[in-house]
Design a protein around this ligand. Structure first.
Ligand code: ZN
Length: 147
């Protein structure tokens, strides 16, 4: 787990292998105490338009609280494991590759129901803030050296 600013315009964070996220990362939350298996990337990467976090929950465990957001919608991208996502009390199954978008007011919590770590990425971005994307925002500036 390390971060270095390669240049003013670039930040790099090394989270390590997904199977080690639970052991290697912990967040000190202002009201919930220590949250193992979680790392927020806004500060190490100097993010300016979104908050991104990485998470890992071991078999048999789950997020112990329900939460909503004030102004950020969230996208949950599940990478490994199986689980259950409760959205306003409604159960949704989680498999590798399951992606949820959750609006601010929706009460959410999730748990691991399988035998391997449930690993995931969460992206928070301000609702209705995206003005251009994909080909509208990207500029192709040349051919890659391996093209
Ligand atoms: Zn959240």
């Amino acid at each position: 787990m390390s971060c270095k600013n390669v240049a003013e315009a670039i930040s790099v964070f090394q989270a390590g292998p997904m199977q080690d996220w639970f052991e290697n990362h912990v967040v000190k939350h202002p009201t919930r105490g220590k949250i193992p298996g979680k790392v927020f990337l806004k500060e190490p990467l100097n993010l300016t338009g979104a908050e991104i976090s990485l998470g890992s929950i071991p078999p048999g465990e789950g997020v112990p609280f329900i939460h909503t957001h004030k102004q950020n919608e969230e996208v949950y991208i599940f990478l490994t494991g199986h689980g259950e996502m409760l959205l306003d009390g409604e159960s949704h199954s989680i498999e590798p590759g399951t992606v949820f978008r959750v609006a601010t007011r929706v009460e959410r919590t999730w748990r691991n129901t399988g035998p391997v770590p449930l690993t995931y990425i969460v992206i928070q971005a301000k609702t209705d803030s995206l003005e251009q994307w994909t080909g509208e925002d990207g500029n192709i500036t040349g051919e890659a050296p391996w093209a």
